[in-house]
Design a protein around this ligand. Structure first.
Ligand code: ADE
Ligand code: ZN
Length: 332
């Protein structure tokens, strides 16, 4: 791949729209927090943590991901976690980020909602002030849990409408279809939250259809299974529904055997509004620029493909139109 493309990726301002803050917990910080908070983790060293990151599918990853999250106890921990991610944003020239958090995985351990949201929010405010990095927060519902638990956490989120812009749906996809959350998302929208959902990561195209039609999502997270359904591709293209694709994640979770087999280039060639994101970078081997560079390399992307991916990230963001256009102009 040409140095021109690598330089372009490194130097161009970018937005990231699919990042689980708990998935940015690096083994070093996990180990440090386990000691600081006296929380036992099933690993004796940072090396041992790293060598456990061999996943066979989404569920095999989620088991370790929820286990790792247990070291997060105090507001300060959520601050440190978020600040470490912000430093990576600065390194990768990410100027706008929209981050997911999974409150239900912390509430069950007795951590209060305000500690989680305030820790994250304080780090994001500092990022804005010190680095001019803008951000939005999206609260995800864990789809393996029942609707009652999700309604409870939605009630909490309603107290923080000034900090949380939208709600999403993550965790174990297969067997937990969007239909299960129709009334929850209706209520969330009534309360003024924007909606997104993980769909078609491992699950069938039908889950993407239902996310669009029932959950009224503004973006589909992943969506890589859409190419199995031509009618769906036409709909995604016609309405330019954003697909927040995460290539390194897809390979780590065995959605594609290798990066060379990823369908991102096909998505772009079909006129879909896809862009690249890092998902859970501490677990999947790379932040945004590595995702872009490795993918461009594996799929022989041209500079124009990369430009489209980066532009799509701003176009699909929840920034106001004026700010979006300012970034798009700068990129052009
Ligand atoms: N939670 C964290 N990462 C996830 C992913 N890739 N899919 C679904 N849920 C998640
Ligand atoms: Zn995700």
């Amino acid at each position: 791949m040409s140095d021109q493309i690598i330089n372009y990726i490194n130097k161009t301002p970018k937005a990231e729209l699919h990042l689980h803050i708990e998935g940015s917990l690096e083994p070093e910080l996990m180990f440090k927090l386990s000691k600081r908070n006296k929380v036992e983790i099933p690993f004796k060293s940072v090396e041992e943590i790293k060598s456990a990151y061999n996943f066979t599918n989404l569920d095999s990853f989620l088991k370790i991901y929820y286990e790792g999250s247990k070291v997060l106890i105090h507001e300060e921990d959520f601050f440190d976690l978020t600040w470490e991610y912000i430093l990576r944003c600065k390194e990768d020239n990410i100027v706008h980020t929209e981050i997911f958090f999974d409150p239900q995985s912390h509430l069950v351990r007795g951590i209060s909602f305000d500690k989680i949201i305030n820790g994250i929010d304080k780090a994001l405010r500092k990022a804005e002030k010190e680095f001019n990095i803008s951000s939005k927060i999206i609260m995800c519902f864990l789809r393996h849990l029942d609707e009652d638990s999700c309604f409870e956490v939605l009630k909490e989120a309603c107290k923080y409408k000034d900090k949380i812009i939208g709600v999403g749906l993550d965790s174990s996809e297969k067997g937990n279809p969007p239909t299960k959350f129709k009334s929850l998302f209706e209520k969330a929208m009534e309360e003024g939250f924007l909606t997104v959902a993980h769909a078609g990561e491992e699950g069938p195209p039908e889950y993407i259809w239902d996310s669009i039609n029932l959950l009224k999502v503004k973006r589909i997270d992943h969506g890589v299974q859409c190419l199995r359904d031509e009618k769906l591709v036409n709909r995604l293209k016609k309405d330019q529904i954003p697909l927040t694709v995460c290539p390194l994640s897809n390979v780590k979770l065995c959605v594609f055997e290798k990066l060379e087999n990823h369908n991102l280039k096909q998505m772009l060639d079909k006129g879909l509004r896809a862009m690249v994101n890092s998902d859970d970078p501490a677990y999947f081997g790379g932040y945004l620029n590595k995702n872009l560079i490795d993918t461009a390399n594996a799929l022989n992307l041209e500079l124009n493909h990369v430009k489209i991916l980066i532009k799509n990230s701003f176009k699909s963001s929840f920034l106001d139109e004026k700010t979006k256009n300012e970034w798009l102009k700068k990129i052009n």
